[in-house]
Design a protein around this ligand. Sequence first.
Ligand SMILES: NC(=O)c1ccc[n+]([C@@H]2O[C@H](COP(=O)([O-])OP(=O)(O)OC[C@H]3O[C@@H](n4cnc5c(N)ncnc54)[C@H](OP(=O)(O)O)[C@@H]3O)[C@@H](O)[C@H]2O)c1
Length: 214
Amino acid sequence: MTKIGVLGSGAVGKVLADGFLKHGYDVMVGSREPGKLAGWQAAAGGRASIGTFADAARFGDVVVLAVKGAAAEEAVRLIGPDTLSGKTVMDATNPIADAPPVNGVLRLFTAHDESLMERLQRLAPAGRFVKAFSSVGNALMVNPQLAGGPPTMFICGNDAAAKAEVQAILDQFGWGTEDMGGVEAARAIEPLCVLWCIPGFRQNRWRHAFKLLE
Ligand SMILES: NC(=O)c1ccc[n+]([C@@H]2O[C@H](COP(=O)([O-])OP(=O)(O)OC[C@H]3O[C@@H](n4cnc5c(N)ncnc54)[C@H](OP(=O)(O)O)[C@@H]3O)[C@@H](O)[C@H]2O)c1
């Protein structure tokens, strides 16, 4: 069975790690301070382990990137970009700036014609990056139960085999998948987090997800 290395000790890292454990995978969660994950590991059971970002990146056949967007490039530098070579990297990060939302609208630190994932792909050219899980809140990432049925996860990336691997994971996690093409499509997918958050900030509505209808 595929081993999963999760880089990120926040809500997203833990929710996705728990989701992978639920679906029978071995999971290592990485942090700059792995000790703070001891409680999570104890509760998560024997298939769960903890380590540094580099330990988790080495452990995973599939690596989940779930660090603060502004720190994502730093985290890839920290593990050594070569560590990701040949690995499928599910990139859940968003380039959210450290500034308060304006009337519910978050600010990004990227321009409209670039994306965080393109920066990461340039940093680690042999990593097989796939944008995934970036356009929904963490509470709905694993097998969401919504009145409108299974929602759509928009993915993109340059490696077809890596995208097929991510699509198989999304099938297990209860999502429909729409492949938007190469890494540049992250310029459109990442800002969906801004749209997703507006009903939350304005009306305290946080239980929704996108669905592509035809
Ligand atoms: N929250 C959501 O519902 C949601 C939904 C979709 C996408 N996302 C995206 O998913 C990512 C994770 O979000 P989150 O809410 O779980 O937590 P977060 O607070 O954005 O990120 C926490 C992680 O970032 C790491 N980090 C922070 N500063 C760092 C630095 N200077 N250098 C290296 N690592 C650093 C932390 O490392 P340590 O472990 O060492 O503390 C921790 O693992 C973000 O990019 C976010 O935009 C979030």
